[in-house]
Design a protein around this ligand. Structure first.
Ligand code: ADP
Ligand code: MG
Length: 226
């Protein structure tokens, strides 16, 4: 299949601050096909987080069009966009974003509650997902009891537990040593290979290059030819 997963057309995002207008994205256009594994590279401040947030529907572009699996995000209301995101997108944040007072199991369960999955189905899904990231024995542990790499695995499991077709990951390996980075990238590669999942991650680490199909470069809010 050559379906288009992400279609970004002429997207701009301007942040208005009291002191200046910051052009975080300047006329960005790109297409990512279903099942593609793509890394977005660029130095700090180049617009990676802004672009991922716009594609996830967490932020709204100032101009342009974003379609994800054919849905025009800019045409949805905030409530519709939130409902859409919970079902279709798994988001891995740089800071993991795990709830500190919840166990690994409970962090995953929250995502399934948000999509109103019945309790009977939740348990199987959660345990299966924790097993896939190699953390079944850690189900009842809180994030603070785990290493940074384990916490990021929980965050990845949480992003995957709703079986989204699209996974977005914002610098998921930025705080990790090279061995953990290789582990996490191998896990992402496995996820893409197994389930026709489309995966877009941002990074400035050259270690990730060998795992992805496509490298996109962002510089000063613009896509550079690679
Ligand atoms: P990256 O993730 O590549 O480091 P960002 O998308 O975070 O880049 O930021 C792109 C640009 O937008 C930077 O100049 C940053 O300072 C600016 N920026 C990001 N978020 C905001 C905000 N909420 N308000 C004002 N400027 C912002
Ligand atoms: Mg960023």
């Amino acid at each position: 299949m050559t379906d288009i997963a992400i279609d970004v057309q002429d997207v701009q995002r301007v942040y208005h601050t009291p002191f200046a207008s910051v052009h975080a994205l300047r006329h960005v256009s790109l297409r990512i096909m279903t099942g593609q594994f793509v890394v977005l590279k660029g130095r700090s401040g180049s617009g990676k987080t802004t672009l991922l947030n716009c594609i996830a529907g967490l932020d709204t572009p100032t101009g342009g069009l974003i379609r994800v699996y054919g849905h025009d995000l800019t045409a949805l209301s905030d409530a519709q966009r939130t409902a859409w995101r919970r079902r279709e997108v798994g988001f891995v944040f740089q800071s993991t974003g795990l709830l500190p007072n919840f166990s690994a199991y409970e962090n995953l369960e929250l995502m399934l509650r948000l999509v109103r999955m019945p309790r009977s189905e939740r348990r199987k899904r959660i345990l299966n997902q924790l097993d896939r990231v190699g953390l079944l024995q850690w189900a009842d542990h809180r994030p603070s009891e785990m290493s940074g790499g384990q916490q990021q695995r929980v965050a990845i499991a949480r992003a995957l537990v709703t079986a989204p077709r699209l996974i977005l990951a914002d610098e998921p390996t930025s705080d990790m040593d090279s061995e953990t980075t290789h582990d996490i990238m191998a896990l992402f590669q496995q996820i893409v290979d197994e389930n026709e999942t489309t995966l877009l991650l941002s990074s400035h680490d050259p270690l990730v290059d060998e795992y992805v199909d496509t490298i996109l470069y962002l510089s000063d809010g613009q896509i550079q030819e690679s």
